[in-house]
Design a protein around this ligand. Structure first.
Ligand SMILES: NC(=O)c1ccc[n+]([C@@H]2O[C@H](COP(=O)([O-])OP(=O)(O)OC[C@H]3O[C@@H](n4cnc5c(N)ncnc54)[C@H](O)[C@@H]3O)[C@@H](O)[C@H]2O)c1
Length: 362
């Protein structure tokens, strides 16, 4: 199978961690008889320095031509200040490249061997954590209109609007159900159905869809309870699906459970429009460009490597290949000699990557 992908390394540690992901992808795809076809393009300050734009048209063209985008990170705090916020690379590049991608997935994995890294007590992590958060990304409170401040001080009013149409709810729940089916077959649907009309509709749609997924165990949780349960029994969660605002908060909370931001991968997925065209799926580690450690070969490459695994699974349907990468990452993390500084070790980014590659054949 041909695997045409756009690779956008970006700024700071972006180039180091995307290079690590490509080093892992090459042997895995080769072993399974695929042809990896990476096409590199510049983004962020790297692109501004090359041609004056954070997201040049040539980069957009590369993204459109390929079936997935593997992204590093953008942003340089020392230079970001020189531009007004809407023109800063993070805003320009991420807004445009994620346009139309309604499903944001974050995969939070903490193997038992790394339980000491998590802010939670170790006895809560005896079986490790493996949670996939599926967050709706293009609707809800952040996009609903009206959204404004009305009137004159000191009597002003402010309004935000939370609105969801049934098809929007159905398509994100479908990602949740299908993901659960590929994993441990448990889906936690998070809402506030005791108060919010959007959540009442959400729950009704989830219940109706459950009939099509009899093999998936569906659990409904109110968002306040979900935020507690994530800390009390994180090992019980498999897939958690929720709307935009709840997902924003819960995915950050859950990411902290992994103990390092460097471990967490993500994906943004869309669906074809009425003309059969869809935005190119986007995969990136959740961390930023980490300028404090850039260029020193000490960044944790795992978030980027696992983002590549998500790409194989979600864009190309290569479940076995993705599984092999995830197993190799867990095997490498078990050895304290191959942990990077954020995990309390002394391994370099390239040594950690070598360890993952060595574990691929195991
Ligand atoms: N998607 C993106 O491209 C994205 C996301 C967040 C921030 N940013 C940008 O990145 C720049 C830096 O932002 P920040 O410092 O707030 O967040 P950051 O994620 O870059 O760094 C936060 C802290 O985590 C550490 N860290 C991050 N990734 C790591 C890794 N893989 N291994 C080891 N340690 C790691 C850093 O060293 C730093 O101490 C800013 O310009 C910001 O706008 C970009």
């Amino acid at each position: 199978m041909d695997l045409p992908i756009a690779v956008l390394p970006g700024d700071g540690i972006g180039p180091e961690v995307t290079a690590a992901a490509l080093r892992v992808l090459e042997p895995v795809t080769k072993k399974f008889g695929h042809r990896l076809q990476p096409q590199y393009a510049s983004v962020g300050w790297a692109a501004i320095d090359e041609c004056g734009q954070a997201l040049p048209p040539a980069t957009c063209a590369v993204c459109r031509r390929n079936q997935a985008i593997l992204f590093g990170a953008v942003g340089r705090p020392d230079r970001d200040q020189s531009l007004p916020p809407p023109q800063r690379p993070e805003r320009v590049a991420l807004l445009e490249l994620r346009r139309g991608l309604f499903a944001n997935l974050r995969h939070i994995v903490l193997p038992p061997a790394l339980a000491g890294q998590s802010p939670l007590k170790e006895h809560l992590l005896a079986d490790g954590i493996d949670i996939l958060i599926v967050r709706e990304l293009t609707g809800g409170l952040y996009y609903g209109r009206p959204q404004e401040i009305i009137g004159q001080a000191p009597q002003r009013r402010a309004v935000d609007t939370m609105a969801y149409a049934e098809p929007e709810i159905r398509r994100i729940l479908k990602v949740g159900f299908e993901s659960a089916r590929r994993r441990r077959r448990r889906l936690a649907s998070v809402d506030k159905a005791n108060i919010l009309a959007t959540s009442a509709l959400w729950r009704e749609v989830a219940r109706a869809m459950a009939a099509d997924y009899p093999d998936v165990r569906l659990e409904h949780l109110y968002v306040d309870n979900a935020s507690m349960q994530l800390l009390r029994r994180p090992g019980d969660f498999d897939v958690l699906v929720t709307e935009n605002t709840f997902g924003d908060i819960l995915s950050d909370e859950a990411s902290m459970l992994a103990g390092s931001i460097g471990l967490v991968p993500s994906a943004c997925l869309g669906e074809p429009d009425e003309n059969g065209r869809s935005a190119t799926p986007f995969y990136e580690p959740i961390h930023g460009s980490a300028p404090d450690i850039a260029g020193r070969n000490i960044a944790n490459p795992v978030g980027a490597i696992l983002s590549a695994a998500m790409m194989l699974e979600h864009t190309f349907g290569l479940l076995q290949e993705a599984k092999v990468i995830r197993a190799a990452v867990l095997a490498a993390l078990r050895d304290p000699n191959y942990r990077t500084a954020d995990l309390g070790g002394a391994a370099t980014c390239s040594a950690m990557t070598d360890a993952v590659i060595a574990a691929l054949g195991a």
